[in-house]
Design a protein around this ligand. Structure first.
Ligand code: DGY
Length: 320
């Protein structure tokens, strides 16, 4: 018997497709993850599993699921999954690349402009009834045009972000573990070392995945090298940033502002000191959250499960 566990509520259309493959057990909550104990219990007989970033896939999971063939992760990032163990246990891991690239880049640009032009502060100012008159420097922010933008991570999302900057008359620098000659030519961007990216950029945008190499990349030293007016944007992963160092850099005026769509701990603890800083904008990890893209991500997960169960071949397998 084929059993498919789905760890969040997803629309019926997709469940119907999965039901063509086997029995489907779906957690009926859209905004709350399946409790761990329940998840492990359901996995005992499972052949396939549809998860989100909220599920940590470790030894305990693989031990609990002796029949598991495939885990479809509804995200392009897969730092929630121990890939070495997956290989050891012979479980195929899939992700959702490409379908979310443009949407995530759009959110990155939205966040950058929101911080640069102090949009959240301005909106609160109106809502709080503080708008009494016009002032020459009232809520004056920073221009994107004419600035230097440094992109850390030049994968698909980094490139889509750089493409969007082309209409803004900016100088684009990037740093990545490898150079992309084609992107440099097409997007008129310049490869620089990490220190140069930090010291030269007015906006530093992290689009990188979390790996052993990128963990804590943005630490106190990195922030101290950035311009005092610089804005830091993170649409990659929270653990790439030392958040204590970021808060200190903002408080000490070492950098000018930040926009985070990803955090080390999600959801954020409401006592997190960054929430008290007006120059910081924090979003609840909505990079890929357009309706169309979320539909596309779910469909790709379904296609991946179908591919593995029917043909032994995923559409987008994560290769470690
Ligand atoms: C991803 O796909 O990794 C994103 O962070 C989820 O929105």
């Amino acid at each position: 018997m084929t059993k498919i566990v789905v760890s969040r509520q997803i629309p019926k259309d997709y469940i119907r497709q999965l039901e063509q493959l086997g029995e489907v057990v779906m957690w009926e909550e859209s905004y709350e993850p399946m409790p761990r104990k329940h998840f492990l219990q359901e996995l005992k007989e499972a052949t396939a599993c549809f998860i989100t970033l909220s599920e940590r896939i470790d030894q305990e999971v693989f031990e609990a699921a002796p029949h598991l063939q495939v885990i479809a992760n509804m995200a392009v990032g897969y730092d929630n999954i121990d890939l070495d163990l997956a290989r050891q246990y012979g479980v195929t891991i899939t992700n959702t690349p490409d379908v979310l690239t443009e949407t995530t880049a759009e959110l990155g640009l939205t966040l950058l402009l929101t911080v640069a032009r102090r949009v959240v502060e301005a909106e609160r100012y109106v809502q709080n009834g503080e708008w009494q008159s016009w002032g020459p420097y009232l809520l004056a922010g920073k221009d994107l045009h004419g600035s230097t933008v440094g992109i850390f991570g030049m994968g698909a999302i980094g490139k889509a972000f750089a493409r969007r900057l082309q209409g803004f008359n900016t100088t684009v620098l990037y740093h990545n573990r490898s150079r992309h000659d084609e992107a440099e030519a097409e997007l008129n961007e310049q490869y620089v070392d990490f220190d140069t990216l930090l010291t030269e950029s007015d906006f530093v945008v992290c689009t990188a995945p979390l790996t052993d190499a990128t963990r804590d990349q943005f630490d106190a030293t990195a922030f101290s090298k950035m311009k005092n007016e610089a804005v830091f944007i993170n649409i990659g992963r929270g653990a790439i940033v030392d958040e204590d160092a970021l808060v200190k850099a903002l408080k000490d005026g070492e950098i000018g502002g930040c926009g985070l769509d990803v955090l080390r701990q999600e959801p954020i603890d409401m006592n997190h000191p960054i929430l008290e800083l007006p120059q910081a904008v924090v979003l609840p990890h909505i990079g890929s959250a357009s309706e169309q893209t979320r539909n596309d991500m779910i469909q790709l997960c379904v296609d991946n499960i179908r591919g593995v169960l029917n043909e032994g071949q995923a559409v987008t397998e994560v290769k470690a």
